[in-house]
Design a protein around this ligand. Structure first.
Ligand code: SF4
Length: 413
């Protein structure tokens, strides 16, 4: 089968283009891939190694499981332990360790925790088992929120009043703003980014400055290209929406490197490109956004690694509160959390010590690469993970462990 987006000659030609442009620039370029699917694709396809010494690709806060706050995770675990309750979740959430253990451990201890690929499955479960309260754990970005909103509408249509939603949904643009907050836009050769000096993007930041973004293809299918223009207008940074195949990603990298080079030469405002037009439109998917707006309202949300970000979460609108697990079971939840905090287990205390050393936050902010975490590959492995970035199928630490372990960090721009 002809697979033009994986064509080896095309890949080699694009890498040659990038090498030529980086050589002309005289220094490597640092980019951030925002999406966890890109993180995995870049490692799996060998692009991280191919681009070594030319482009450093840092992972951003685009893995939904990884950025789910520990407090949210603990509430989910506490919900799972309520009597007569079934929680339904995506598989990646099962093994993420939180303060109260993990959903998998709760299941081992007797909680009814079920895995699904679709929120609608939880509605079917609620309809089939009316004697149980069925809570769908809503995690993810603009891509999964429409599915959760649709599931809630469907539950109402079916009269499944034992269906509830716990929303830990998040939206990406406010997180990108938070990541860049305090980082002055590059102004050509005199900027920290353009000089290639270590970054100065925040108090005490260890990271080198990110000079451009590879934007998430799936989220962008909902949001559209236009939603990211602020990256250029407010922060002076180029960005490109790309697909997930090697040729897709390399075209994005090449265009971003060229945009950085133009900026260094004092060129025009950097572009925000849509290089995935087979999926992404200028204004995204208005129907998906409509259903989300009908069910959810923006709210402040806590992100692992980024802290509290105003307007970055999605909570149920008041007219849906009777289906909101956080509202309906708020008192029971508070009692469970209080009791768990008062009696931490011995294994919990041991885990706490390890979790305090976990550098997932710095990984998610693009400040360090996973092998720079002292626990990477030692105390933290995919079979015995300490942080969510090692658990998730889209996690940066999992990608490095699987594809780069034992090698040097792919680049040191
Ligand atoms: S290697 Fe493990 S402990 Fe370290 S940052 Fe990654 S997930 Fe956290």
């Amino acid at each position: 089968m002809n697979q033009p987006f994986r064509d080896r000659d095309l890949v080699a030609s694009l890498v040659r283009d990038i090498r030529r442009d980086v050589t002309a620039l005289g220094r490597p370029v640092t980019l951030m891939e925002v999406c966890g699917t890109h993180t995995m694709a870049v490692s799996r396809s060998g692009l991280r190694d191919l681009l070594g010494g030319l482009v450093e690709l840092r992972s951003g806060p685009g893995c939904p499981v990884c950025v789910t706050a520990e407090d949210d995770l603990d509430r989910m675990i506490a919900l799972a332990t309520l009597p007569g309750t079934t929680v339904v979740t995506y598989g990646d959430m099962l093994r993420v360790p939180g303060g109260l253990g993990s959903l998998e451990e709760a299941r081992t201890a007797g909680a009814d925790v079920r895995v699904t690929y679709s929120a609608l499955t939880a509605v079917q479960t609620a309809a089939a088992e009316p004697e149980r309260r069925v809570i769908f754990l809503g995690v993810g970005f603009e891509t999964t929120a429409p599915g959760a909103a649709l599931a809630l509408s469907e539950a109402v249509r079916r009269g499944a009043d034992n269906f509830f939603l716990y929303s830990a949904h998040k939206t990406l643009p406010p997180a990108l703003r938070a990541l860049l907050h305090g980082s002055p836009p590059p102004t050509g050769a005199t900027s920290p980014g353009a000089s290639g000096d270590p970054g100065s993007a925040g108090p005490g930041a260890e990271r080198r400055r990110v000079e451009g973004f590879i934007l998430p293809g799936h989220v962008s299918a909902v949001l559209g290209r236009r939603a990211y223009e602020f990256l250029s207008e407010d922060y002076g940074l180029p960005a490109a929406v790309t697909g997930f195949e090697p040729v897709d990603i390399l075209i994005g990298v090449r265009e971003l490197v060229r945009a950085v080079a133009r900026q260094v030469r004092g060129g025009a405002r950097p572009p925000v490109l849509n290089l995935y037009p087979r999926v992404v439109r200028e204004n995204g998917n208005p129907r998906a956004r409509d259903i989300v707006e009908r069910v959810f309202a923006p709210c402040g949300a806590e992100w692992r690694g980024l802290g509290a970000i105003p307007g970055s979460g999605l909570s149920l609108r008041p007219e849906w509160w009777e289906y909101d697990a956080a509202v309906r079971f708020g008192d029971e939840l508070a009692l469970r959390l209080e009791a768990a905090a008062a009696h931490p287990s011995a294994s919990g205390r041991r885990r706490d010590a390890l979790r305090r050393a976990c550098r997932c936050g710095a990984v998610l902010r693009g400040e360090i690469l996973p092998p720079e975490c002292p626990l990477f590959g030692r105390a933290c492995t995919p079979s015995d993970p300490v942080g969510p970035c090692m658990v998730s199928g889209e996690g940066s630490c999992a990608a490095y462990h699987r594809y780069h372990r034992g090698k040097e960090a792919p680049t040191s721009a």
